[in-house]
Structures are given as C-alpha cells and as structure tokens.
Ligand binder design. Structure first.
Ligand code: AMP
Ligand code: GLY
Length: 422
C-alpha cells in the first residue's frame, strides 16, 4: 500500500515512523514533511492546505491510502476532497472535525448530550461578554472559538485581565476570525490527561493515555504552547477512571456525533481534567496530539495501517488494539523564545544513538539547507525514550537530549517530574 501523510510536524514524523513498521506498507510520501520525515518517506514540497495539488500528486504516485495529520487541513475539508477524488483517507470530514474547529460547537454538543464538562457561556458580542464578566467568579477561562495553534485560551485571574482578554481576542483579533465567537468557561483544577481514540463512526477504541505539559516554563509557568513534553501512560488515569470515561464520555461522544449527522472517523483526542468533582472534558481535537503521538505511537504494538484501514472501512470492532506494558517520555527541544519570538535557521548537530533501543528523535520544525539540517520552527525536535517505567523512560529521554545541539536550544527540565513524584 502506498501511503501519503499530510503534515510536517513531530506528530507526522511519529506517524510516518509507525507506518514504516507496518507489514502492509509500500512507498511512503509526505507533504510537505520535514528533514526527519525524509528518512522514512519521500517528502514533496506541497503545502498541507493545497488540496488540489495534493490530489494530483497522489494520483500521479498511485497512492492507496492518505493520512491527514494536522488540524488545519482537516477542519478545512481535506478528507472530503480526497474522498471526492476517490481516495481512501484516514481522518474526519470537515463536518466532524468541527468538534475541534469550533469550541462553541463542542461545548454545546457536550451540554446537549450530558457529557461532563465545565460550565460556560458563548458570546458573539464583545459588549455582552464584558457585561457577563462583571458578574462571574474568578479565575475564569476565555477561549477563542476557532483554531489558534493551542494558544487561544486565556486564564484570567481578575476582571481587568478578562477585559483585556476580550479586547485581545474579539477586538484586536489576535487569532483572526477564530475570535469572532468566544467561550467563557468556569476554571477547573486537577491533573490533565490526553486520551487519543481510534474511531470508525460507530466504534471508539481508546489508546493508552498520555499527559501533556502545555506551559512554556518549568513548574507549569509561562505561556501556553502547543506542548513542551509528554509522558505515557498517565499514572493519574486509573482503570476506574478509564471505565467511567468509556461509558460517560467516549461512547456518548461517538453517538452524539452520529446523531448530529456528523459521524466521527479518525483519531478523536479527548483532553480531560481530573477535577475534585470528577472527570470533565477540557477539549476535543480531531487528530493525534502533538507531542502525544510521540509517546503513544512508540508504545503501540498493533499494525497502524491495519487499524487505520479498519477505521475508514467501519470495522474497527474487528481489530485488536495493543500497547506495550512500558512507558515513554518525550522532551521537546524548542527555540528559546517560543511561543513568541525566536530565531530560525540555526544549524543542528545530532550525535549517534537514535533509531534504536527505544530512542527516537522526532523532527518538528527542521529543514535541509545545503544538505545541512537547520531549525525551522518554535518546536524543533521531540526526544522520546521508552523504558520499563516512567522513571527509566524519563532518565533516558533527558540523557538523549544531550545528543542534539543547536544555538538557542531550550527545553523544560521537569517533564514527567510531578507525575513520577506523585
Ligand atoms: P484547551 O485548548 O481547551 O485544551 O486549553 C488549553 C489549556 O488551557 C488546557 O490544557 C488547560 O491547561 C487550560 N484550560 C483550558 N480550559 C480550562 C478550564 N476550564 N480550567 C482550567 N484550565 C483550563
Ligand atoms: N499537545 C496538545 C495538542 O496536540 O493539541
């Protein structure tokens, strides 16, 4: 089977490495891919949002199976376009990707189908939002409705901060049209868990759990980012919690989407918070997490193409989904200054050691210039190690970060620390 992977981040690199292990795979292509992905796939310089060029390329190369990794093309209807052109494609259609593309849609869905989540109000007028913010309890959470690279969420401790937030999102339009509608949400506390689930429209099968570290700085300080590191499994996600989520969150979400005429196929990412009042949904994403994929996929025993094909064909109930009984930790190497301002184009040196013994170097923002690898993004690499438990995986991952050098390399030093120390 010839496979085309659409996207260019660490997540797509992790998917490509797993696809390369499949016994069903022929040739792998990636668009646009990155320097690391080119080790396992042929990368072609077509932007992930240029659907007609992607389709022409897929036809020319006799691609049999397409995997859309990134949120932007999914929300914009990449899967619909590939389907219309006759391709087998893994991912939700636009109507279903809306569960990530609009926070107002997903909050209203949860309310309608009684899926546990934080209380909230939706506003399309800044004046009405400001009026509401005079009456609420602080802290409060403001969320831009649309896609904002994981940065459209503001936690406001005071009325002043919330007013400023409304100005930033709705009036100055920091996140563009994503901020035309805003969700004002109750502030919750507790450990966060990410659960990625394979879905075929009817059946939902959760993968092993993960835990993101979203803030830029140690001790969960600094700005929200796309994710600075991840561990799998989450020690907070017990068997009982998993069973509760299956019955009260995962299955109800699948049937809710079906009832709404938006059956969900692909990977549903459920962001959970384990609050003192029970488990609540923070958010849904319509794709693998980044860097969740970089800790979950290295632990996956099942053949990823077999599982993905079963999702597309609507027979996920027939396949086994297995994970190793081990642990994985991913530490993101970023450019200092991320998520705000940072330099690119710094030459990278990588020492021997990756690609064996459960050590992986996933490229997130890199490219080749004159045959040399240079930095090309805020998040540059994900260094992942597996181990018999989280502690071993963590020690090995941090040791392996020393194998990669570039000017302005920055990482958090406490990925997994809290989870391991309990
Ligand atoms: P989201 O994109 O909705 O997952 O939000 C990004 C991050 O903001 C989450 O991972 C949480 O750390 C934080 N967050 C979002 N909603 C809430 C909430 N209601 N209470 C507390 N923290 C939140
Ligand atoms: N790591 C969080 C996300 O992929 O949205």
């Amino acid at each position: 089977m010839n496979v085309l992977i659409v996207g260019s981040g660490g997540r797509e690199h992790a998917i490509a490495v797993k696809v390369a292990e499949s016994k069903k795979v022929g040739k792998i292509y990636a668009a646009p891919g990155n320097a690391g992905i080119s080790e396992v796939a042929e990368c072609v310089n077509i932007p992930a949002m240029d659907f007609s060029m992607l389709i022409d390329f897929a036809k020319e190369k006799n691609v049999d199976f397409v995997i859309v990794g990134a949120d932007d093309p999914l929300v914009a209807g990449a899967v619909d376009e590939f389907e219309k052109a006759g391709f087998k494609v893994f991912g939700p259609r636009a109507e279903a990707a809306m569960i990530e593309g609009s926070k107002a849609f997903s909050k209203n869905l949860m309310k309608k189908y009684k899926i546990p989540t934080a209380d909230y109000e939706v506003f399309t007028s800044a004046d009405k939002a400001l009026e509401h913010l005079k009456k609420v309890k602080y802290p409060i959470v403001l969320k831009a409705d649309g896609l904002a690279l994981g940065k459209g969420v503001l936690i406001c401790d005071t009325e002043g901060e919330a007013f400023e937030g409304i100005r930033t999102i709705m009036q100055d339009k920091k996140f563009g049209n994503a901020g035309d509608t805003i969700v004002v949400e109750e502030f919750m506390t507790g450990p966060e868990v990410s659960v990625l689930c394979f879905c075929d429209g009817d059946t939902i099968k959760p993968m092993t759990s993960a835990m993101d570290h979203k803030r830029a700085k140690d001790g969960d300080k600094g700005l929200n980012t796309g994710g600075m590191g991840n561990i799998s499994p989450s020690p907070f996600y017990t068997k009982e919690i998993e069973e509760f989520c299956m019955e009260n969150i995962y299955k109800p979400t699948m049937s809710a989407m079906k009832s709404e005429g938006r059956p969900f196929k692909g990977v549903l990412f459920v962001g959970l918070m384990l609050t003192p009042d029970g488990v609540k949904v923070l958010e849904y994403n319509a794709r693998f997490g980044d860097p969740e994929a970089q800790v979950v996929l290295p632990r996956m025993k099942s053949d990823i193409l077999e599982v993905m094909e079963a999702c597309v064909d609507g027979r996920l109930d027939e396949v086994e989904l297995d994970f190793e009984d081990n642990a994985a930790v991913c530490v993101v190497l970023a450019s200092d200054g991320y998520p705000l301002f940072y330099d690119k184009g710094k030459e990278v040196t990588i020492k021997e050691g990756f690609g064996k013994d459960g050590l992986y170097l996933y490229h997130a923002g890199t490219k080749f210039v004159d045959r040399k690898i240079v930095t090309a993004g805020g998040r540059v690499f994900g260094v992942t190690a597996t181990g018999k438990d989280l502690k071993e995986a963590r020690d090995r991952a941090y040791k392996a970060t020393e194998l990669v050098e570039f000017e302005n390399k920055y990482m958090r030093t406490d990925i997994g620390k809290k989870a391991i120390e309990g």
